[in-house]
Write a protein that binds this ligand. Structure first.
Ligand code: C5P
Length: 301
């Protein structure tokens, strides 16, 4: 096989609790990560030499700062793979939105090149490599519904949430830096709180809700510590969350470091109605009616 095309799905956080600051500058977390049916398409074509990236989105870098480029380079160097690869990315996931758009592209490159270069690496092997590139990439490789700890790279699968309908919205012009969100959170919290044992009473009801596949209960226990810095600095995101709650969502949450916000709805029709209403009220929003997905990366046949 000389070429393949992969669907690279975005993620949302159903739960993100910051437990403490680490020596390496990262934060220890407890998260529940969920793949969604909003995907970029990543086409890989083997070539004689070099790594080249092309993308139809003008804001996505095509040089070695692109995570997809770095994923190919890491595999090539680690396993001494001869030849190069042309990586074409069709962007559908908004950039710097808290949806792991760049991370899922890198995950697709790892999965695809493992096939094309015949490396025979397991999902676990790929996730170890992925964790060197970014905290969300190990999750993106397998996807579905997972409990994450450490800086996000230690994963434990949960029962897959089947087709939970969602409305997703993002202010078009706003991007939030993940590093800024974590830094601002840490600076606003007393050091004692950042080193105290995790409050497991917060996550337990969410784990039960997921086990029961209960959308209303999941909506009730949505939680994200990064809402604190982002909502207070960007009122547009706070207002968006309020509009979703008042507009019929069962519950809403900012995903990751934002600024994307999602609402859990009673049906995909309800998600479509809310998405249309939001766009009419505020044309500066991008909106989607989507659902949860059981996988992160899949090969298109
Ligand atoms: O791992 P990734 O490159 O996606 O992280 C981006 C930034 O987010 C890091 O440089 C760090 O500032 C912050 N971060 C963190 N703790 C985590 C994950 C990310 O502080 N667990």
């Amino acid at each position: 096989m000389q070429a393949c095309t992969l669907e690279a799905r975005a993620k949302i956080n159903l739960y993100l609790q910051i437990l403490g600051r680490r020596q390496d500058g990262y934060h220890d977390l407890t998260m529940i990560l969920q793949s969604i049916n909003l995907a970029d398409q990543v086409h890989l074509q083997l070539t004689d030499g070099g790594i080249h990236v092309e993308c139809d989105h003008p804001q996505v870098p095509t040089d070695s700062s692109n995570l997809a480029y770095r994923a190919a380079e890491l595999l090539q160097k680690t396993y001494h793979c001869p030849g190069g690869v042309e990586i074409q990315i069709r962007k559908r996931i908004p950039v710097a939105a808290g949806l792991a758009g760049g991370s899922t592209n890198a995950a697709a490159v790892l999965v695809g090149l493992n096939q094309l270069w015949g490396l025979g690496l397991t999902v676990g092997d790929l996730q170890v490599l992925a964790s060197q590139l970014g905290s969300d990439i190990p999750f993106c490789i397998s996807g579905g519904t997972q409990l994450a700890s450490g800086r996000g790279e230690i994963l434990e699968p949960l029962s897959d949430l089947q087709d939970i309908p969602l409305v997703l919205a993002k202010p078009k012009q706003l991007e939030v830096s993940t590093a800024w969100a974590y830094r601002t959170y840490s600076a606003s919290i007393p050091p004692s709180k950042l080193t105290s044992p995790p409050n497991t009473s917060l996550i337990q009801p969410m784990l039960t809700a997921i086990e029961q596949q209960s959308a209303p209960e999941i909506a009730r226990y949505l939680y994200n510590d990064l809402e604190l810095p982002v909502l207070s600095h960007h009122t547009v995101v706070a207002n968006l969350k309020q509009t979703l709650d008042q507009g019929g969502a069962l519950g809403s949450l900012m995903s990751g470091s934002g600024p994307s916000v999602f609402g859990i709805t009673t049906s995909i029709a309800a998600a479509e109605t809310i998405a249309t209403q939001l766009r009419h009220q505020d044309p500066s929003l991008e909106t989607w009616a989507i659902s949860t997905a059981p996988t992160g990366i899949s090969l298109q046949l």
